[in-house]
Design a protein around this ligand. Structure first.
Ligand code: NOJ
Ligand code: CA
Length: 704
């Protein structure tokens, strides 16, 4: 039977092979300024190139794979056909930066077959948008390719010059590096990786590899962003930089035995994405990555709600209190019980203090870290059974806190630090989510600090990619929203799983607490890189900007006004209000902006932006008429003008401006701000003066 099938298959193939002598060898598709060319060369190697305004910016670049069963799955192909279609549709995200998103593209599918037995098939699907290109590989179900292993993906991005790059190292386990800006040819991550000792796990064997999203700027002022969309059941893609030839090539994060992905046809890879524009603002407004993800897989999304939250958190980051109840796992009394260190942050009294603060200020959530047993030796031991996610420390009264929070109308946010022991979390996950359901927790912050278990796996390898998604899907089943720390960087999957609210996957504000921090330009680069894939839990809102740590050199590298502006410039549907209640107490006038600023928007206008220098964004609140503006600068003083022509014609508004004081400066005088109110309308322009490392935040509310 199998023999008969194979004969028919080979017979069919031989018949069409004769007609392939003159088969097509090229196809192209374009929209607006973007056009894409597909070609097959004399040796049957597929390649693509992309132009902006008729000028190629990705030169002919290789496509294909090395597979366990076919090490040259990148040549000897014949093109058997191609198909095209156009799509122009609108969709509404469950939450986000816009009410409506337009998905407008032309698709080209190229069908390829290898010239020799067993005549394996490969389809390549290209989608060309007005702001870039996405493409992915599809392995159709076929007799000659069933279960197979990807040894390497050979996708290239051949550039036209030695562009300026905004990059972090291609590390298999972390994205928590500061950004470097330099010419591609001078990229070398070795020294940065070695010296970044504040990052728990660093594995970056290729000194010339960078992480995506990678932002490039050409000498002619073209901005190019390279990333991926819909990373599912595959390893994350990093890029190897060949500085001599201006070529980038895909590097998939390997698993414990060095393989990249275990696949079963039919299968399609994630999309490789290239967003391009001659305006930096267009890069930030691109919705291409979301558009390349599938619509929501969750039918009832009514329980998914963006929110702000405070937390028993910064006080541990700054050493005022501890996650653990005892200082050592063997600090045990005669009854075998842990001896308290008297510095445990997640105690009932302290948690209630945060609940009170949240309730008094209309903040919906309170995150509590260090509430469950296991923190005495949670990190650095590559220990498998670290936490059980249900057993509280003796001074954390789960039921009392639950009732108290309920009475005050505040939600407690669960914390599930796994310490990288994903196997343990997989076993406990359902129990953990049931515990959340039983105690009224609707969201969880997960964490993966440490070396991964299964041992030898990496944070960004296929096994962990599957783990993160399993957690998101299980959370959805229990109607729990999720905020991941130390995961792979996002690829737009929040469209398909809108309970996947945010993730860290970058260097957050916390580095200002326990390490030398983030330079003033950091937040002007993040939206062009890490945030292209999805929201970040950056934890803004620090008001006490220095002298919060025993190490007096620690400081937040921004002014207070810039901390406010970050609520607008770094979008997330979950935004932490990260400082301690007592540090807000003296600045409740400035705190008003945090109380007012929404976490969900109907409209977004990127007014001005330049990576590494400045960002100015205006957003319109969801289901309302108020607008909010955030402006931030790097280490340079700057004057920016916000043109308010987006306001409704004929309407008057009151604008409240939260600005750096004239003598403010992130280093010398970070907490100096001033607040003023003025009447504005559609014809107004706001001149915003930003201090070095500073920012400005504005709320604009209709007067009637
Ligand atoms: C690292 C996370 O980024 C941080 O927010 C958290 O407090 C610690 N891990 C402990 O889980
Ligand atoms: Ca972290």
């Amino acid at each position: 039977m199998i023999f008969k099938k194979a004969c028919i298959y080979i017979l069919c193939f031989t018949t069409f092979q004769s007609s392939l002598a003159q088969s097509k060898k090229a196809a192209s598709v374009s929209i607006g300024k973007i056009s894409l060319q597909f070609t097959l060369d004399e040796s049957g190697k597929p390649a693509y190139s992309v132009s902006f305004n008729q000028k190629p910016f990705i030169l002919s670049s290789a496509l294909g794979f090395s597979l366990d069963c076919d090490s040259i799955f990148y040549k000897d192909f014949i093109m058997t056909g191609s198909e095209e279609k156009s799509v122009d549709e609108n969709w509404q995200p469950v939450w986000g930066e816009l009410k409506n998103i337009r998905n407008h593209y032309k698709q080209l599918v190229v069908h390829l077959v290898k010239q020799n037995s067993p005549y394996r098939l490969l389809d390549i699907v290209f989608r060309v948008f007005e702001d870039g290109v996405g493409f992915r590989y599809e392995f159709p179900g076929q007799p000659g390719l069933k279960y197979f292993i990807v040894k390497d993906e050979l996708t290239h991005f051949n550039l036209t010059g030695d562009h300026q790059a905004f990059w972090i190292p291609g590390d298999y386990d972390t994205n928590e590096y500061p950004y470097t800006t330099c010419a591609l040819s001078t990229i070398d991550n070795k020294q940065l990786v070695e010296s970044s000792t504040a990052i728990a796990v660093r594995v970056a064997p290729d000194r010339y590899a960078v992480q995506t999203p990678l932002l490039l700027k050409t000498a002619e002022g073209l901005y190019i962003n390279i990333h991926e969309a819909a990373l599912v059941d595959y390893a994350a893609m990093q890029l190897h930089v060949d500085g001599a030839t201006d070529q980038l090539s895909a590097r998939l994060v390997p698993d414990a035995v060095g393989n990249k992905a275990y696949l079963h046809a039919p299968f399609h890879t994630p999309w490789r994405t290239i967003i391009v524009s001659d305006k930096a603002t267009d890069i930030l407004s691109s919705k291409m990555i979301l558009n390349l993800n599938d619509p929501s897989a969750i039918a009832n999304t009514s329980w998914i709600k963006p929110m702000k939250f405070v937390g028993v958190w910064w006080e541990m980051q700054t050493d005022k209190s501890t996650w653990s109840y005892s200082d050592f796992p063997d600090s045990i009394n005669a009854e075998g019980k842990l001896i308290p260190n008297k510095k445990h942050g997640a105690n009932t009294v302290n948690v209630k203090r945060y609940i009170d603060f949240a309730a008094a200020n209309g903040i919906q959530g309170v995150l509590v870290e260090g509430w469950n047993t296991g923190w005495e030796d949670w990190f650095g031991n590559w220990k498998e059974n670290v936490f059980d996610f249900v057993t509280p420390y003796p001074d954390f009264d789960v039921n009392d806190i639950k009732d108290y929070a309920n009475r005050k109308g505040v939600q407690i946010i669960m914390h599930n630090e796994t310490s990288g022991s994903a196997t343990n979390y997989e076993r406990q996950m359902d129990t953990a989510f049931r515990f959340m359901n039983d105690h009224g927790y609707h969201s969880v912050k997960t964490g993966y600090v440490g070396k991964i278990i299964p041992r030898g796996e990496h944070h960004d390898g296929q096994w962990m990619i599957n783990h993160y998604l399993r957690a998101i899907k299980r959370a959805a089943y229990y109607q729990v929203m999720i905020d991941e720390h130390e995961p792979v960087r996002p690829t737009g999957l929040q469209r398909t799983y809108p309970n996947f609210m945010a993730s860290e996957a970058a260097r957050g504000n916390e580095y200002n607490a326990f390490a030398d921090g983030n330079q003033p330009e950091h937040e002007t680069i993040l939206p062009f890189t890490r945030l292209m894939g999805g929201p970040m839990d950056y934890t803004p809102g620090i008001f006490k900007l220095n002298h919060y740590s025993r190490d007096s050199s620690r400081r937040v590298h921004t002014t207070l006004a810039k901390q406010l502006a970050l609520y607008v410039t770094l979008y997330s549907p979950l935004q932490m209000v990260a400082d301690l209640p007592e540090n807000y107490a003296g600045h409740m006038d400035a705190f008003q902006f945090i109380k007012d600023v929404p976490t969900d928007w109907d409209d977004t206008r990127i007014l001005e932006a330049e990576p590494g220098d400045y960002i100015l964004i205006a957003r319109k609140q969801k289901n309302g008429n108020a607008w909010f503006i955030g402006a931030i600068t790097d280490e340079h003083r700057r004057e920016m003008t916000a043109d308010l022509s987006f306001l409704e014609k004929g309407k008057s508004y009151e604008a409240t401006l939260y600005e750096d004081a004239d003598n403010a400066d992130w280093l010398q005088n970070p907490e100096a701000y001033r607040i003023r109110k003025i009447k504005v309308d559609q014809s107004s322009q706001l001149i915003l003066k930003l201090a070095p490392g500073g920012g400005a935040a504005v709320s604009i509310k209709p007067l009637f």
